[in-house]
Design a protein around this ligand. Structure first.
Ligand code: SAM
Length: 286
């Protein structure tokens, strides 16, 4: 039986009376090559722990279980739990957790799995309605993993990997690139999902950096600068940063000068290193 075949999904829906939920972003993968690409690009080793977000009926889970020592799959939809018991019943190294990933302490799951793993890989074909909150939660919580290999809406992937000076470059690019190196694995067309989403997808591999590429005096001030700068992206930095942390226009001017950044530039032209330099100068004035 091919678990990923559209006929299998139809059969499961019929036997369990299962209805795909649009609001939970349930677009199930039906292409073995893409499933393989996700799992292979995650670089899972035989001693690794895998945390999967949103297993659906378990197509990626089964594949990952072949490579990993253990897989913990976090699925919000309780209607999928009996289905996963059937489809993953013969996989001794898989545990399914019926929870909302946004309300889950992933590090606690990792800790509860014990010490006997050489690495931790997060994987998943994400529900598109909450892609950004999931990624930011994992990164801000300091998830104790080596990498996050995930499929998402192509437009979000484009924003995450965007370079300064491009239209897609924004607060999300800077935030993710602060924590990770970003690598595009593969673009995925709509027609490999049931049901077909309206958008194309991309698989990204985010490798979490142990040592960040920039040093921040204060992470909150850095993110305030990034947020304020892109919040009013048409404005110059001099105007868009005024007011953050109660800093005056003159204060922003001095910080920009000390950081060697032209005050007439806009946030979308600053690279990560420049944002770090600027926020460190602002922090030193507070
Ligand atoms: N991995 C399966 C596949 O590739 O066929 C399913 C992917 S589907 C795009 C997204 C999955 O995430 C669904 O199974 C959905 O129920 C689940 N999901 C949605 N919101 C979730 C949340 N907050 N926490 C955990 N799982 C969630």
């Amino acid at each position: 039986m091919k678990l990923y075949a559209p006929s299998t999904i139809r059969d499961i829906k019929e036997r369990y009376g299962f209805k795909l939920s649009k609001s939970l972003g349930q677009n199930f993968l039906t292409d073995k090559n893409i499933i393989d690409r996700i799992v292979e690009s995650a670089g899972i080793g035989p001693e690794d722990l895998v945390i999967e977000i949103g297993p659906g009926i378990g197509v990626i889970t089964r594949e990952a279980a072949e490579y990993a020592k253990k897989v913990v799959a976090v699925e919000i939809d309780s209607n999928l739990i009996p289905i996963l018991e059937e489809t993953l019943g013969d996989c001794d190294n898989v545990e399914v957790v019926n929870r909302d990933i946004l309300k889950t302490d992933v590090n606690e799951i990792i800790r509860n799995c014990g010490e006997n793993f050489s690495g931790v890989k997060v994987i998943g074909n994400l529900p598109y309605y909450i892609t950004t909150p999931i990624i930011m939660k994992l990164l801000e919580d300091g998830v104790n993993a080596d990498s996050i290999t995930i499929m998402m809406q192509k437009e979000v992937a484009d924003r995450i990997k965007a370079a300064p000076g491009t239209k897609a470059y924004g607060a999300l690019s800077v935030a993710v690139q602060y924590y990770c190196t970003v690598e595009a694995v593969v673009n995925v067309p709509k027609d490999v999902f049931v049901p077909q989403p309206k958008v194309d997808s991309t698989v990204l591999r985010l490798r979490i950096m142990e040592e960040k590429s920039v040093e921040l005096a204060d992470r909150d001030v850095f993110f305030s600068c990034v947020k304020a700068g892109f919040g009013q992206r048409r404005k110059t930095l001099l105007n868009s940063l005024m007011g953050i942390e109660n800093i005056t226009k003159e204060g922003v001017r001095q910080a920009l000068e000390a950081a060697g950044i032209d005050p007439s530039r806009r946030a979308e032209t600053l690279n990560l290193e420049e944002f770090a330099r600027l926020s460190n100068e602002i922090y030193s004035m507070l």
